[in-house]
Design a binder for this molecule. Structure first.
Ligand code: MN
Ligand code: MN
Length: 273
């Protein structure tokens, strides 16, 4: 291992994988675009609560996984093993996708370590398909795989606005709590008992705020509303991912900057003990 993690550290990990995307490629190039936005000099590294990620030695970048060419089960196993190795040190993991297929192995690694894990899933899509043309590890399937294979206390989805009949049946089968955009209120207060994993798909945001995603889905959350969700939920955040940035659709890098903002706000919350 080329990284040196200690308990309480926050480990950044890039996952350059987009071979499980059903529509467009591009998210494999996201991790470095987010790092560039984070360090571009246009903004400092201080989160809104005053936590300065640039001033602490507990915020560590562990680089990218070697999964770019992989498809199917192989990258799923690799991601789970690499995530498990990092969190076994007591560090908390903040992963940068990659398409949303990476969430299944990431959550599996966290569920194995944290009993009674809750998931806060922010997305325009429920990602509960049993399978897709690209197979059972497609980026529309990860939360079906999670609910089949992991011990999960609660899966709460926020931002949903594409629920079809099949996924409604899947949500009912798995007991998923869905806060869809039709019933969204900005003062939503979420409260979890025990550890929480946050999976943040950038297409939860309205395309006006985050155009650099593969699936534009109008009628979504604002950047401010997602930041407020990150700040306000009750529960202990133990790990997170930010997925589905597609740099090919993000010509002036504005969505990468939104992702970098979320790295700061999520990173600050992960650093809280
Ligand atoms: Mn998704
Ligand atoms: Mn999505």
């Amino acid at each position: 291992m080329t990284y040196d993690l200690k308990p309480g550290d926050v480990a950044l990990m890039g996952i350059p994988l987009d071979g499980h995307s059903s529509f467009l490629q591009g998210p494999a190039f996201a991790p470095n675009r987010i790092r560039e936005a984070l360090h571009c000099g246009a903004a400092n590294l201080t989160a809104e609560d005053g936590t300065d990620l640039g001033a602490t030695d507990r915020f560590k970048d562990t680089g990218d996984l070697d999964v770019f060419e992989m498809r199917g089960q192989e990258p799923i196993d690799r991601i789970e093993n690499e995530a498990a190795a990092r969190i076994a040190t007591g560090a908390r993991l903040l992963s940068l996708g990659g398409d949303h297929s990476v969430a299944f192995p990431l959550i599996k690694a966290h569920a194995d370590r944290h009993q009674g894990l809750n998931i806060l899933h922010i997305d325009s899509h429920p990602d509960l398909y049993d399978t897709q043309d690209i197979g059972p590890f497609g980026h529309g399937c990860p939360f079906a795989r999670v609910m089949e294979s992991c011990q999960i206390n609660r899966l709460v989805q926020v931002g949903i606005r594409t629920m079809n009949k099949h996924q409604r049946e899947q949500a009912d089968k798995f007991g998923v709590e869905v806060v869809d955009m039709r019933s969204w209120h900005a003062d939503l207060q979420l409260s979890f008992d025990g550890p929480v994993y946050l999976s943040l798909d950038l297409d939860a945001l309205d395309p006006a705020f985050a155009p650099g995603v593969s699936h534009h889905e109008p009628g979504g959350l604002s950047t401010r509303e997602v930041i407020d969700l990150i700040h306000r939920f009750e529960g202990q955040l133990v790990g997170a991912d930010i997925v589905e940035l597609n740099p090919h659709r993000d010509p002036n890098g504005m969505t990468a900057m939104v992702a970098a903002k979320f790295v700061k706000e999520i990173g600050a919350r992960l650093l809280m003990r």
